[in-house]
Each structure stands twice: as structure tokens, then as C-alpha cells.
Write a protein that binds this ligand. Structure first.
Ligand SMILES: [Zn+2]
Length: 242
């Protein structure tokens, strides 16, 4: 059984395959079904985890990137090699785009008519730079996509139940996304920020699947907040098959 959640919102579109890998909670291994090569996990095992996730969706390989909490979105096509970026986009079938996450949000997009997919990594820094809105704009400019045709999935991430931040973070966003705890601490709703950004980009609310799950308090996910340096990473992935 692959440790993979497949969003409902893309199900009416069989050419699109998308998912978020889950943490394996069997045993005491903190790196269960980890997708990252840079957290101290066994490298061959990580490659096997990646291959299993890709194969479960009908792909032979994934396009990854070196995430830097920026707002750069790269196009994936023949000759693609990973570089620094936080979003990937393609109109070519056969590529499974991957973003690596532990508490940051994986945002997956599909334009139904123009057939373009995107995978976006939006931690609070990415959200502060509106990387989701930037990616939608890039879909419109680069491929002639209309926002009305875009279907979106906002995946599991650090959620407002647990995501404590200081005023340095909270004050960079509209007030309604932070619940004050006193003493300069807030519970931050990063998903709410991204929902607003997608709505502002012209995507209708019924075209957005918002995953309510919190990576910090749900053990089925890796969480850097919860487990620190002993935490693995999940992949949020989307691609089109031929
Ligand atoms: Zn929580």
C-alpha cells in the first residue's frame, strides 16, 4: 500500500495525477517514508521511497528542485536539471513535479483547458512573497491560462491549531490570519493566507481543495516543528500522464 494521499479535486481529470506522500508510522523510525536526501536518512532507501511514490501515480521519475524559500517558479521540460526554485510548472506529460515539505504548504495547480500543472512550496516566507499568486500569474502569461480553469489543492501543513509564530512573522500578514496568544506570540494560519492569494488570483473557492490536516499534530506527517532535526520530509507531487 503506497503511503500516498491523492486529492479529490483532481479526480474528474484522469490525465492528472497528484498526491502527498505520508509518513510511515510503523516502528520507531522518524524517517519513515522520508523523501529527503539531506536529513540524514539512508540514501538508497530514500530513492526507493521516491520511486515507489512515482510508480504509484504512473511515473518513472520526478522533477525536484533546491528550495530556498523564494518565489522563483521554473519551467520543467526536456533538459531540466534541479536548481534553486520553490515552484515548478510544466505543460508536458510525463513529468511528475515534486515539492519537499514538512510544515510548509504544498500547493498543487492544474489548468484544465490549457493542460498545465504546477507544484508550489509555500512556507510563511513563500506566502509572504505570494509565490502561489506568482505561479498562477506565470501560468496566465506563459501559457494563456484563464484563472477560471485552474483547480487547486492546498495540502497538509503547519496549521493554526499549532503553528506558533512571533510578531516578526505575524505582522507581515493581514491581521485575520493570526490569533494572538499574548506576549508577542500568535497562532498563524498560513493556509488561510494561501487561500486568499488563490482567490485574489481569480480561482473560485469551489475549485480549491483545502486539506485540513496539520503536520505538527498529525503523526501521519513529517514535521520539523515537532521533530526538529530528526524529521523527514514529504513530497507534494503533480503531473500529467500521456
Ligand atoms: Zn495542529
Amino acid at each position: 500500500m503506497p503511503l500516498l494521499y491523492q486529492p479529490h479535486i483532481f479526480k474528474p481529470h484522469p490525465a492528472v495525477r497528484a498526491g502527498v506522500t505520508l509518513r510511515s508510522v510503523s516502528g520507531s523510525d522518524p524517517f519513515g517514508n522520508n523523501m529527503s536526501l539531506t536529513v540524514g536518512d539512508d540514501e538508497p532507501r530514500v530513492w526507493r521511497n521516491r520511486e515507489r511514490a512515482a510508480a504509484a501515480l504512473g511515473f518513472a521519475q520526478m522533477a525536484t528542485q533546491r528550495q530556498v524559500h523564494g518565489s522563483n517558479c521554473r519551467i520543467v521540460a526536456e533538459g531540466y536539471a534541479p536548481a534553486e526554485s520553490d515552484a515548478l510548472m510544466t505543460d508536458q506529460p510525463g513529468w511528475l513535479l515534486a515539492v519537499s515539505i514538512a510544515d510548509c504548504i504544498p500547493v498543487l495547480l492544474f489548468a484544465r483547458q490549457r493542460k498545465v500543472v504546477a507544484a508550489i512550496h509555500s512556507g510563511w516566507r513563500g506566502s509572504q512573497q505570494n509565490i502561489a499568486g506568482t505561479a498562477v500569474a506565470q501560468m496566465m502569461q506563459g501559457y494563456g491560462v484563464a484563472p477560471e480553469e485552474v483547480v487547486a489543492y492546498i495540502g497538509p501543513a503547519a496549521s493554526q491549531c499549532c503553528y506558533e509564530v512571533g510578531s516578526d512573522v505575524a505582522l507581515q500578514f493581514p491581521k485575520q490570519h493570526s490569533r494572538p496568544l499574548g506576549k508577542g506570540k500568535f497562532l498563524f494560519d498560513n493556509k488561510g493566507v494561501v487561500v486568499e492569494q488563490l482567490l485574489a488570483a481569480g480561482i473560485a473557492s469551489h475549485q480549491i481543495e483545502l486539506d485540513p490536516r496539520c503536520t505538527i499534530c498529525d503523526p501521519n506527517f513529517h514535521s520539523y516543528r515537532r521533530d526538529g532535526s530528526r524529521s523527514g520530509r514529504m513530497f507534494g507531487v503533480i503531473g500529467m500522464v500521456e
